[in-house]
Ligand binder design. Structure first.
Ligand SMILES: Nc1ncnc2c1ncn2[C@@H]1O[C@H](COP(=O)(O)OP(=O)(O)OP(=O)(O)O)[C@@H](O)[C@H]1O
Ligand SMILES: [Mg+2]
Length: 186
């Protein structure tokens, strides 16, 4: 029981990121309940990890899991890289940090292939389905995604990107609905 309350923090080296995120995922899973928890947690951790690898230009990332109380747990994945705004600006888009997060949540990608950009949008869709919450902080912008529309605010500028999820420990999305969410975002 005591073990259940432990915080897990990993400072992952992007050079061996797949291994490190996999280890983190394996440590986090037992803290959750729900028949489809592995698929859901794997999607969230792998996608946010992929984003750091593909877009942040950071060599390190922090993976942080902390149980909050009996019902909720915090999952925070952050990097000290260029940030979402700079990633969009480097791709030639004339946007500020807030506009960049807004576009990312709507499915806009800086990848060359035109049909990408499901990652953050799908993460947000999963979070809404779980009635959980998601905060994206990057540069001087922060977005809070909970029911309804995301709320945006200006915050003191910080390097990199931090994605904070507050998740119920009981993750209940049936397989069929989970795959519909993934499909729906394609
Ligand atoms: N950690 C990050 N650091 C910098 N930029 C990021 C980060 N995460 C996301 N982005 C920016 O936000 C955009 C949208 O991310 P998202 O995950 O939705 O799509 P994608 O990674 O481009 O494509 P897909 O996830 O479908 O493979 C990215 O193209 C990138 O420009
Ligand atoms: Mg992505």
């Amino acid at each position: 029981m005591e073990d259940q309350e432990k915080t897990i923090i990993k400072i992952a080296d992007v050079a061996e990121f797949e291994y490190q995120t996999e280890q983190f995922f394996k440590q986090v899973v037992p803290h959750f309940q729900g028949s489809n928890r592995e698929n859901i947690l794997n999607y969230l951790i792998a996608e946010l990890g992929d984003n750091i690898k593909q877009h942040s230009q950071s060599k390190k990332a922090v993976l942080d899991f902390s149980p909050r109380n009996q019902e909720l747990a915090d999952l925070i994945i952050s990097d000290g890289g260029i940030g979402i705004g700079s990633s969009f600006r480097k791709a030639g888009l004339d946007v500020n940090d807030q506009e960049a997060i807004k576009l990312a949540l709507r499915g806009r990608s800086t990848k060359k292939e035109g049909n990408r950009g499901w990652g953050l949008r799908t993460v947000a869709a999963i979070v809404l389905k779980l009635k959980a919450s998601l905060e994206i902080s990057s540069g001087n912008a922060r977005a809070i995604v909970e029911a309804n529309k995301p709320i945006f605010m200006k915050v003191p500028n910080r390097k990199g990107t931090t994605i904070s999820l507050v998740l119920p420990k009981k993750i209940e999305i049936p397989d069929k609905i989970f795959y519909d969410i993934l499909e729906g975002e394609k």
